[in-house]
Ligand binder design. Structure first.
Ligand code: NAP
Length: 383
């Protein structure tokens, strides 16, 4: 039995082309969800902002947890990008509340009248100096959230994990949901933090919380250009010269949002799903970005040797200048790994197809053409 039926929205392939939507239907929908307050964490981030739009444009009542001083300007722009007529109004309907996943009192306060939770807040970093904070936000923060959710009898929680939290396949095989994680020195601290946070969610499910977990590959879409995977597009646009030999999965941010809502609004519980569209080499991804932004694609291949040299050189530069390194050992090594992913489980469960990454790259590029990024002269993108 469905908790409530999935409603087609602006992101849905079937309704994407339709402009506007029936206001009576919207009213009815608001009434239907009057008691179902949804809480979302990480709403200012790439994944969370797309999910916020998917929820808000479907007429759902959403409360978004943000940290004090967090900037919501990109989210407003994103809403106007996806819905030029009603984006501002939809954005204003969101109930923003200040809080932090490491502040239990704030979590308790923001869960009043909440029935469903989407958890997208996390720190995404591969820099050694961020390790401690990342473990605190991702693992301890998730533990706090699920503990307060259990206390508040939350009906269901959808956790945004990552394929970094999955095990590795035998050579030549694709990554699937059933692979068992094995401790290894090859895992990045980000992967350890995502694995640790997933364990907290599984623990909560054992204690009675209904959960569903998504494990997206690299998410492509418009967002804050200085953070998470949104940096990739800006790097190419700013004339990045090198590409690495790695292959990985990519997915459109809109499809991550659709999958999360569909999974939440289904009767599926205590399962996890890889959310991915296509496996591409970084060279192929950068070629899309270059094509749509009108720049030259990176020309030189940075193989393992060059990447190893580059992160060491960055470490020295960072030590001498006191600036954050643009490349870490973990990023350099990950960028040369070839991993392939299966999306069979989610396609079967939700009967959904994923947009090709060329579409995600075009969407990202068109957004930044409309809302150009003005970076300070000191700001340097990874090269
Ligand atoms: N992007 C990808 O390619 C990708 C791929 C797979 C999985 N994921 C997962 O998707 C989720 C979202 O990632 P993203 O790419 O959207 O990252 P993002 O753009 O960096 O956004 C991170 C979000 O987390 C919030 N946050 C950070 N620390 C917090 C804290 N202590 N308390 C409350 N909120 C906090 C940030 O809020 P502020 O505005 O206050 O900083 C921001 O809204 C993460 O779990 C990530 O692991 C991402």
């Amino acid at each position: 039995m469905n908790i409530f039926p999935y409603k087609e929205t602006k992101f849905s392939p079937t309704t994407r082309v339709q402009r506007g939507y029936n206001s009576n239907a919207k009213l009815l929908y608001n009434f239907f969800y009057f008691c179902n307050m949804i809480l979302l964490t990480g709403g200012t981030g790439l994944v969370g902002s797309h999910l916020l739009f998917e929820l808000a444009s479907g007429g759902r009542k959403v409360r978004a947890l943000k940290r004090e001083g967090s900037n919501t300007a990109t989210v407003r722009r994103l809403f106007s990008w996806y819905d030029p007529q009603q984006g501002d109004e939809l954005f204003d309907n969101i109930q923003w509340v200040d809080g932090d996943v490491n502040d239990i009192v704030s979590l308790q306060e923001c869960m009043v009248n909440v029935e469903y939770i989407y958890h997208c807040a996390a720190m995404v970093s591969f820099l050694p100096e961020d390790r401690q904070t990342m473990m605190k936000v991702n693992v301890e923060g998730t533990a706090n959230l699920v503990n307060v959710a259990l206390l508040n009898n939350i009906k269901k929680l959808c956790h945004c994990s990552s394929v970094a939290a999955l095990g590795s396949p035998q050579k030549g095989n694709k990554v699937t949901e059933s692979l068992v994680w094995k401790t290894s020195s090859k895992h990045s601290w980000y992967a350890l933090s995502k694995y640790g946070s997933e364990r907290e969610v599984w623990r909560a499910s054992e204690e009675g919380l209904n959960v569903v977990i998504v494990n997206p590959t690299v998410v492509i879409g418009p967002g804050d250009p200085g953070r998470s995977s949104a940096q990739l597009y800006q790097s190419v646009k700013n004339g990045m010269k090198f590409y690495t030999s790695g292959v990985t999965g990519f997915v459109d941010a809109r499809d991550v949002a659709i999958s999360m809502v569909k999974l939440m609004e289904s009767d599926i519980v205590n399962k996890r799903f890889i959310i991915t569209s296509q496996d591409l080499s970084y060279k192929e991804l950068f070629a899309y970005f270059a094509h749509f932004s009108g720049t030259r694609p990176p020309k030189y291949k940075a193989g393992r040797f060059l990447s190893e040299m580059a992160w060491r050189a960055e470490k020295v530069r960072s030590f001498v200048t006191g600036q954050k390194p643009l490349l870490s050992k973990e990023t350099a090594r990950n960028a040369n790994v070839k991993r392939y992913f299966s999306n069979k489980k989610v396609r079967n469960a939700l009967q959904m197809e994923f947009r090709p990454i060329s579409e995600a790259a075009e969407n990202t590029s068109r957004f930044f053409k409309k809302y150009p990024v003005y970076l300070s002269p000191d700001f340097r993108m990874p090269s």
